[in-house]
Design a protein around this ligand. Structure first.
Ligand code: ADP
Length: 184
């Protein structure tokens, strides 16, 4: 049997408001058998309206540490004492279900994925900064969050060069078509 680590993984990254979530959701709705959303493992408390797997696989601090020790979690960050990481187990589960994992992750995560898996395709989604500002307002983000996200935009966009493809998401349908083309 072929090594599962040869199966394809797609990374969708880009500045906040560019449309990553919308793209991932659209792909999953249209092709539910083909794609799965790869979710990180996190130790933070679950908030109201959240559930296991949405937006994280929630585990205790001890469980998290054990997953790091046994090599399942192969990349993680700690912020304000809360840990978040990528687990190989959930990727292999998707491979076994013949699904392509879709993941939004930064360049550090991309490097970790590429060192562990042979077939990682990375796509950076962009949009004009003014348009991003409009979208963040349209999404109902708080003014202070919009300000922070627009500040992060300039830094985030510098990483575009590290990705295999850069797609301008002016038109969602065209973006989806291009991603399907890239995959086929
Ligand atoms: P991200 O996950 O990158 O932060 P979202 O997917 O939440 O971005 O999209 C931000 C907002 O922009 C959402 O309100 C979404 O409906 C809208 N949006 C996404 N793609 C497009 C597009 N191609 N054209 C116009 N609006 C879009």
């Amino acid at each position: 049997m072929a090594d599962k680590k040869e199966n394809r993984i797609i990374v969708i990254e880009g500045p906040s408001g560019a449309g990553k979530d919308t793209i991932i959701k659209t792909l999953m709705q249209r092709y539910p058998e083909r794609f799965g959303k790869l979710v990180s493992v996190a130790t933070r408390a679950m908030r109201p309206n959240e559930s296991e797997g949405n937006p994280y696989h929630f585990v205790t601090n001890e469980e998290f540490d054990r997953m790091v020790e046994n090599g399942d979690i192969f990349e993680h960050t700690i912020r304000h004492g809360e840990k978040r990481g990528m687990s190989e187990r959930y990727i292999l589960e998707m491979f076994n279900a013949n699904k392509i994992p879709l993941k939004d992750c930064d360049i550090v995560g991309v490097r970790a994925l590429k060192s562990r898996f042979a077939n990682v395709t990375t796509i950076f989604i962009t949009a004009d900064k003014k348009e991003i500002e409009r979208r963040l307002h349209g999404r109902g983000d708080q003014p202070e969050d919009i300000e922070r996200r627009l500040k992060d935009y300039d830094k985030c966009i510098l990483d575009a060069k590290y990705y295999d493809y850069v797609l301008n998401n002016d038109d969602l349908e065209k973006t989806i078509d291009k991603i399907i083309q890239i995959i086929s």
